[in-house]
Every structure is written in C-alpha cells, then in structure tokens.
Design a protein around this ligand. Structure first.
Ligand SMILES: Cc1cc2nc3c(=O)[nH]c(=O)nc-3n(C[C@H](O)[C@H](O)[C@H](O)COP(=O)(O)O)c2cc1C
Length: 174
C-alpha cells in the first residue's frame, strides 16, 4: 500500500478523475490524497468533490493551509499529476509554486516518484519552451505519459489514457 498524491488541473477529462484514476487506485489498496488546482476545483461539482472525499477518506485540497492548521494529507510516497494542463506543466518545470497543487509537486520533484500526464494539444506543444519543459521534468526523473497530439478544436472528447497512467504508477512501485 502506498500513499498516492493525485493532482489534477483544469483540462477536459478532469471529470473522469474518479472513475479513471481514484477508484482503481483505491481498489488496489492505496491511500489516495487529492489536490486540485484552484481552477480545477471550480470546475468539479461540489457533489463530485464530496464523492472523492468519501472514497478516499481525506479532504480534497485546493488551497494552502494556514500556518496554524495541521497538514490535511499524510506524507506522499508517489505523485501522479493527471490531467496536467500545459500551464501546470510549464510552471512545474520552472519551479513556480503559486498554488497548493504546484507547491506539493515542486517540493516532490526529484525526490518523490512522479507520473505526469500533460493533457495538451498540438498548439500547446508548438510553444518554443514546451520541449524544454518536458526535458526538465524527464531529467528530474518524472515519468511522462504522452499521447497523440491533436489540433485545438478538433471535434470529439477523448477518454484520457488512464490505463497507461495506472501502469506507470505500478511501474514506479505504487
Ligand atoms: C473547456 C476548456 C478545456 C480546456 N482544456 C485544456 C486542456 O486540455 N489542456 C490544457 O492545457 N488547457 C486546457 N484548458 C485551459 C486551462 O483550463 C487553463 O490554462 C487554466 O488556466 C489551467 O489552470 P491550472 O493549470 O491551474 O489548472 C481548457 C480550458 C477550457 C475552458
């Protein structure tokens, strides 16, 4: 049993988080501690957030604690950031920790095993800094899950590659 820190950004498919990632991890015997970016927290319906809290038995975090408050999550053995927006990936690579999700990922980078699924399209990947961001994360030991890049506004939502993400978590010992 590992304690898995699940982090999710505001991208399409974040509504699949429970069925795609959280339930399978809990079913495999892991304790799951979820942190959302503030924007992702706005996107998830309150009932979905409560359901995630019921399943994991821990608060879903999206804001930093006050200094006099106890830490709401236990120490994390392995992080999985999925889906991670282009914005979150870029800030993680640059060491910007301007929300709770980024601060825990940044602190864990290089010392805690980490799987990241950048949920990006071809336009995000054409940004001149993008390849460098991925290289920075790879060099820090992050396992990146990449998928076929589509142009923005191509029709049809996609199931996120949960099976590959779960396999990568297992591969890191989670
Ligand atoms: C409907 C919708 C879908 C989006 N999907 C994506 C996406 O798949 N990938 C991405 O990088 N950004 C996507 N975005 C943009 C992000 O939500 C935006 O960059 C946001 O600032 C990310 O914040 P966060 O990284 O703090 O979660 C989407 C925005 C909207 C409105």
């Amino acid at each position: 049993m590992s304690i898995i820190g699940v982090v999710a950004s505001a991208t399409g498919g974040v509504e699949q988080l429970r069925q795609g990632l959280v339930v399978p991890l809990v079913d495999r015997g892991h304790q799951v501690a979820i942190t959302l970016t503030p924007r992702a927290a706005e996107w998830l319906a309150p009932a979905e957030r409560w359901e995630l809290e019921r399943i994991t038995g821990l608060p879903v975090r999206s804001h930093p604690r006050r200094p006099d408050e106890p830490r709401p999550h236990p120490p994390i053995d392995l992080f999985v950031a999925a889906p991670a927006s282009a914005n979150t990936v870029a800030k993680l690579a640059l060491g910007i920790g301007d929300n709770q999700a980024l601060s825990i990922l940044s602190e864990g980078l290089g010392s805690t095993p980490m799987v990241v699924f950048p949920h990006v399209n071809a336009a995000h990947a054409r940004h001149p800094a993008w390849a460098g961001h991925l290289e920075t994360l790879r060099a820090a030991g992050v396992v990146l899950i990449e998928w076929e890049l589509r142009e923005p506004r191509e029709p049809g939502g996609r199931e996120l590659p949960w099976a590959r993400i779960l396999a990568a978590v297992e591969g890191l010992g989670g």
